[in-house]
Design a protein around this ligand. Structure first.
Ligand SMILES: Cc1ncc(COP(=O)(O)O)c(C=O)c1O
Length: 481
């Protein structure tokens, strides 16, 4: 017997009313933030204070409308043109609607029966990626984020290249993966999850342009062999997270072929440049990779979290996990492209294909071209302003929408780190802009990523002015400088 409470929770009229309120709230928020009307991108509150706030909040009654409204005020606004921080898309409304739709429909996706339309749509989305990359015999699927996608691709590499049947027998000898020292930390994490240990992740140094040094690959490979390791894969970053620099995929591919090892491209951030007629040249050689991953929720405008894992050879898309699950599927030998649970790490998976497809349906793949091109142009433009400004120095000329720089003013080089750390913290607490920071070759830099296609020259100039103002105040109040 159902209860009155359950009836209330599932009432269609209430859903309509609260849903309309929510869409009105978000649409209004979008219009205002896009214009930069709210003065703050974020309002910084220490974690414990925020925790206490919500602990108190739940003790009192609030309407759902009030709840969302309070939540909005206390969230970071990624649609604000002064949001130039971490790599997360300003979600396209139609993609957010698709996410909302799938959140309510909740089709499970493990097997075809539990998500027929979204499974077939997923295959169409994958076809779009395969065509753009140039994989004539490829296949793939969507998974929950770049971190999991990289792990999945590394597991496929191990299955294909390692001498042992590790899936069934466990590890009998030591394996290793080669990757740039600038690669995203999740590649290191994947190697450790796979039981490769510290020595199983071979970090290749970068050159002065922050790309992997391809001329030393042979040396590192030989050393690994001498240490009793079988190298199963090499990973190219497209681009690396801190700098936005693309590794030379053609050279890595030639090396991988010569050594008969797996070549994987981590294109979580910039693999989407494959859709940009202006910037796809950065990915030259990507079609030679055995596997590629591309995040939708970074450069393709989708809401989080959705990542494509793509394989050059369709069979590789099916070999990673081999498991019997009689209550889900009968045939273990048949690949059954439509039973996605055979191939994905997830069992239940959200209907993430809709997030791409809603954009494709509304705007075509041209949307992805426009988005990547506008954002990469913005990063490069910001680079030229910094270069021309005597108080600032670039870490490197930006290649993409990621720009690393620091305030130098009249500072002694020994004070760069202290002052720039204080600048970043002051900006965070102030909230008008959101930017982040990174360490490059041990040195501290401010880091911006242009994720919002409405961030323009005016915002860039205001940011530099603001940093300068903050720096001058720091210089006046800090005795160490
Ligand atoms: C190059 C690269 N790979 C992987 C990841 C991890 O992706 P996700 O955040 O989707 O797990 C990131 C995230 O910033 C990244 O920049």
């Amino acid at each position: 017997m159902s209860t009155a409470l359950l009836h209330k929770a599932y009432k269609g009229d209430l859903f309509k009313e609260e849903g309309n309120d929510l869409i009105a709230l978000l649409a209004d928020h979008l219009t205002k933030t896009k214009e930069g009307t709210p003065s703050k991108v974020t309002r910084w509150v220490p974690p414990q204070v925020e925790y206490d706030f919500w602990q108190e909040y739940i003790k009192e009654k609030h309407s759902t409308k009030e709840f969302f409204s309070t939540l909005l005020e206390r969230s970071i606004h990624t649609h604000h043109p002064k949001y130039i921080g971490h790599q997360i898309a300003s979600a396209v409304p139609v993609s957010a609607l698709a996410t909302f739709f799938s959140a309510q429909l909740n089709n499970g996706m493990t097997v075809y029966e539990m998500g027929q339309a979204s499974t077939a749509i997923e295959k169409n989305v994958i076809d779009m990626f395969l065509k753009a990359i140039g994989y004539a015999q490829g296949d793939g699927f969507l998974t929950s984020g770049g971190t999991l996608a990289n792990l999945t691709a590394m597991l496929a590499a191990r299955k294909t290249i390692a001498n042992d049947d590790i899936w069934n027998d466990g590890h009998n000898h030591k394996l290793a993966i080669m990757v740039s020292e600038e690669a995203h930390y999740c590649v290191d994490r994947a190697a450790r999850i796979m039981g490769l240990g510290s020595e199983g992740i071979i970090k290749i140094p970068v050159n002065e342009d922050y790309a992997i040094r391809t001329e030393v690959l042979e040396t590192y490979y030989d050393k690994a062999l001498a240490n009793g390791r079988q190298v199963i894969a090499i990973v190219g970053s497209a681009p690396s997270t801190s700098t936005g620099v693309y590794d030379n995929l053609q050279k890595i591919s030639a090396f991988a072929k010569a050594k008969k090892i797996w070549f994987h491209v981590d294109g979580a951030h910039g693999g989407a440049a494959i859709f940009s007629s202006k910037y796809k040249h950065l990915l030259k050689g990507i079609d030679q990779a055995d596997s590629v991953i591309i995040d939708g929720h970074k450069m393709m405008g989708t809401s989080s979290i959705t990542t494509a894992v793509l394989f050059k050879n369709d069979v590789d898309s099916y070999t990673t996990f081999e498991q019997k699950a009689q209550y889900l599927w009968d045939k273990n030998d048949d690949p059954e492209w439509y039973n996605l649970g055979k191939r994905t790490f997830e069992c239940t998976k959200s209907m993430m294909s809709l997030r791409f497809f809603a954009i494709m349906n509304a705007y075509g793949t041209q949307f992805f071209d426009d988005n990547v091109t506008v954002l990469y142009d913005a990063g490069r433009e910001f680079g030229t302003y910094i270069e021309a400004h005597p108080d600032f120095a670039l870490a490197l000329t930006p290649i993409s929408n990621i720009v690393c720089f620091r305030y130098i003013g009249n500072l002694h080089p020994e004070a760069y780190e202290e002052v720039n750390r204080k600048i970043r913290q002051t900006l965070l607490e102030d909230g008008e802009f959101y930017i982040v920071s990174t360490l490059l070759k041990g040195e501290f830099f401010l880091r911006t990523t242009f994720m919002n296609p409405f961030t323009n020259k005016e915002h860039m100039e205001l940011l530099l002015e603001k940093i300068k103002e903050i720096a001058v105040k720091i210089e006046q109040t800090t005795i160490n400088i």
